[in-house]
Design a protein around this ligand. Structure first.
Ligand code: SF4
Length: 261
């Protein structure tokens, strides 16, 4: 039998064994289980939003041998790159940065200037979804910081589940948390976070597609302004048996919803 099929079958059996029990696990127990079960074949996926920061900080308090990767679109804010440097310094880790196969210059030559203004879905596919799919191909499981209360599409997420879109185990240690819990953890543990969050950027992605939000505006209003698009596609759930792409991380600060790409 194809090794990939064998791997998928064994992973699904593993999930069947633990999924129900895992719903009552703490985030820390979930992180520990993930690393002990998958070793260096599991990694934390983080866009360096506050929820991802919670996972990184928790993991650092549990053990030293954990992996973190991020999708670097090469269009991120200087504040985001600065945060990556601070993370590496504070936690003594190297964030594995994953890039599009096309440099920004190559993308412009192939698809035209400012693709994000013409076809943001294609731009996100090139710069986020394809790199994520390539990275996940190296792994047996990935850990995300999604929460059920972020979007309706995430309301049915389990703490441990099979990711039919990318074909591996998906582990969501803080799936049952809310925004206040996230920020409480950040402040209680002095966890670094993106300086833009203090400048009315509840949701932070690429520079070209993110702006500050005004009083009373939906926290997502700052993402892809002028387009119907609200998600980059990394966590969009597709029917089992089909292939899907990625999702953004929804954040909430001070009670207001925030979406991270
Ligand atoms: S968020 Fe905007 S600039 Fe970034 S990959 Fe998507 S469309 Fe392109």
């Amino acid at each position: 039998m194809n090794p990939q099929i064998i791997k998928n079958v064994s992973s699904r059996e593993l999930i069947a064994d633990v999924q129900a029990a895992a719903e009552s696990w703490s985030p820390q127990r979930t992180l520990t289980w993930a690393i002990e079960t998958f070793g260096n074949r599991v990694a934390i996926s983080s866009a360096c939003g506050v929820e991802g920061m919670v996972l990184i900080d928790m993991a650092s308090r549990l053990r030293q041998d954990f992996r973190v990767f991020t999708i670097d679109t090469e269009f991120l804010f200087p504040e985001t790159y600065n945060l990556m440097d601070r993370i590496e310094g504070k936690y003594g880790i190297t964030i594995e940065k994953v890039y599009s196969v096309l440099s920004p210059e190559e993308q412009e030559l192939e698809h035209g200037a400012a693709l994000w203004t013409q076809d943001p879905d294609l731009c996100c596919n090139l710069r986020k979804v394809e790199p994520l799919r390539r990275k996940l191909g190296e792994l047996d499981a990935w850990m995300t910081s999604i929460r059920r209360d972020q979007t309706s599409a995430r309301s049915g997420a389990h703490r441990i589940e099979w990711d039919a879109k990318f074909g591996l185990v998906k582990i969501n240690p803080i799936v049952d948390w809310n925004a206040k819990q996230v920020w409480r953890y950040i402040h209680d543990h002095d966890v670094p976070y993106n300086a833009l969050h203090d400048q009315d950027y509840p949701s932070i992605g690429c520079m070209q597609c993110t702006r500050a939000v005004g009083p009373g505006e939906d926290p997502r209003a700052g993402r892809w302004a002028g387009f119907a698009k609200t998600e980059c596609g990394l966590h969009v759930i597709e029917p089992a048996g089909t292939s899907s792409n990625g999702t953004p991380d929804a954040l909430v600060r001070g009670g207001s919803a925030t979406v991270l790409s």
